[in-house]
Design a protein around this ligand. Sequence first.
Ligand SMILES: CC(C)(COP(=O)(O)OP(=O)(O)OC[C@H]1O[C@@H](n2cnc3c(N)ncnc32)[C@H](O)[C@@H]1OP(=O)(O)O)[C@@H](O)C(=O)NCCC(=O)NCCS
Length: 151
Amino acid sequence: MKYEKPTLSDIPQMLALVEPEVQKGNILPRSQDEIANTIRSYVIARDEEKIVGFCALYIYTQKLAEVRSLIVSEEYQNQGIGKELVLRVLQEGEMLGICEFLVLTYREAFFKKLGFEVIEKTEIPNHKIWTDCIKCKHFPQCNEIALFKRL
Ligand SMILES: CC(C)(COP(=O)(O)OP(=O)(O)OC[C@H]1O[C@@H](n2cnc3c(N)ncnc32)[C@H](O)[C@@H]1OP(=O)(O)O)[C@@H](O)C(=O)NCCC(=O)NCCS
């Protein structure tokens, strides 16, 4: 398995991978342009030529970033790929000087294993609400759990 930064030509494969989870409402839809704008925030897992997972780190402020768009292809799950992707974006954030990480997810147990702790939704930064939540089909009745990790 290779972990690497994607290029713009990887976007169609990334969109195809995430589509089933977008349909289920587990992951927010992102357009090709939106992914292109933020392509440097992603890390992908590649098996030969095939993209089998990815994760992004979206920076809000000088100290706060969000782990988002985490996905591992079903047939590659439970092999440690999701964990490795998250650890890599956290490491990237740390190198940039980020010390607080937020995630909104249905996978509470997965993120707790990585040292995240549950926080109240009222603690979610406004930036997140107005850039992302507002676009979500579950807004404002969101069942996702907010978790936070401080380095
Ligand atoms: C969540 C997801 C990315 C996990 O990826 P993965 O590669 O299967 O996870 P890993 O194999 O790295 O698991 C790491 C650890 O978390 C545990 N884990 C994985 N999924 C879990 C779950 N749903 N509930 C509880 N623990 C879980 C694993 O057992 C493993 O534990 P260990 O370190 O003690 O062995 C994957 O299930 C997925 O893509 N789900 C659909 C999309 C989604 O919900 N994304 C999250 C959006 S924030």
